[in-house]
Design a protein around this ligand. Structure first.
Ligand code: MG
Length: 286
């Protein structure tokens, strides 16, 4: 369950792209074992409808909770997530791995940005990717076509990655020491803002085909960003988007945030993104 929007979390499915021996069911069962808070339905059948029925009951129950209890449940979910995220952060630090949590609305160009980044940066340092989407392996296949190791997390009804999914994805991915891991979150500017994955920095991508006022409408995500990439600048002549105004809105929420305007399609401005990554890498202990 998402603490804020109440969306279903019926067990993320994690697939190493190119792995033909994947078993969905075992992953779902594995997740359920950890799900102690939800274990109030003791007379269920162990059939394939189980997760769905269970979630339905669960959501229904919550509609009757007084507001104070709903808030304390949210705090509990987020506190547990923060604890797991810290463990991920330690796991990554032990291996000297730089991890970025890349978020945006659907269609802002996260996967296209990563495709170009991998092609142009992977010669410098090893790169691997965790792909988050509700369904399909489509983006993982696009990333794999670049020659990069990639794990797809399918969240089902869930609208964000969380630290537990990230932990399992990292265990499957086994990124090499001193490498770079991009975690492409589910396209959503709301809930991913609340869920720390253990990343070093959140990178928020918006595109010029979206509204200039997006930072004002989704302030939590822009407040959490360490970097904002304004993507698809090649389309600026065709859309009504004001770069300067968008940047000033973002800075009204997050005064010190770095902002890079670029086109992942043409490569225009993309060098600033690579410089930013290099600067983060140079901050790692050697
Ligand atoms: Mg994508």
């Amino acid at each position: 369950m998402c603490a804020t929007c109440g969306c279903g979390d019926n067990g993320a499915v994690i697939t190493l792209a190119g792995d033909d021996h994947h078993d969905d069911h075992s992953h779902r069962d594995h997740h359920h074992d950890h799900d102690h808070d939800h274990d109030h339905d003791h007379d269920h059948d162990h059939d394939h409808d189980h997760d769905h029925d269970h979630d339905h009951d669960h959501d229904h129950d919550h509609q009757h909770l007084p507001a104070t209890e709903t808030i304390s449940l949210e705090q509990k979910v987020l506190a547990k997530n923060d604890e797991l995220a810290e463990a991920n952060r330690k796991w990554l630090a032990q291996r000297n791995i730089l991890a970025f949590n890349v978020t945006s609305s659907p269609g802002a160009g996260k996967t296209t940005l990563l495709e170009r980044t991998i092609r142009e940066l992977a010669t410098k340092r090893p790169v691997s990717v965790i792909e988050g989407d509700q369904e399909t392996l489509l983006d993982a296949e696009r990333i794999r076509a670049t020659g990069c190791r990639v794990v797809q997390v399918n969240t089902g009804a869930g609208c964000h990655l969380d630290a537990e999914m990230t932990h399992r994805a990292l265990e499957t991915l086994q990124p090499e020491p001193n490498s770079l891991v991009f975690i492409e979150n589910v396209g959503n500017l709301v809930c991913p803002a609340l869920f720390d994955l253990g990343e070093q920095t959140k990178v928020v991508v918006i595109s010029v085909t979206e509204g200039t006022d997006k930072p004002l409408k989704y302030p939590h995500m822009f407040a959490a960003a360490g970097l904002i990439i304004i993507n698809k600048t090649d389309l600026l002549p065709y859309v009504n988007f004001d770069l300067d105004v968008c940047a000033s809105y973002a800075r009204s929420i997050n005064p010190n945030v770095q902002i890079i305007a670029a086109s992942a399609t043409t490569g225009d401005g993309i060098g600033a993104w690579y410089d930013w990554i290099d600067a983060r890498a140079s901050e790692l202990p050697r």
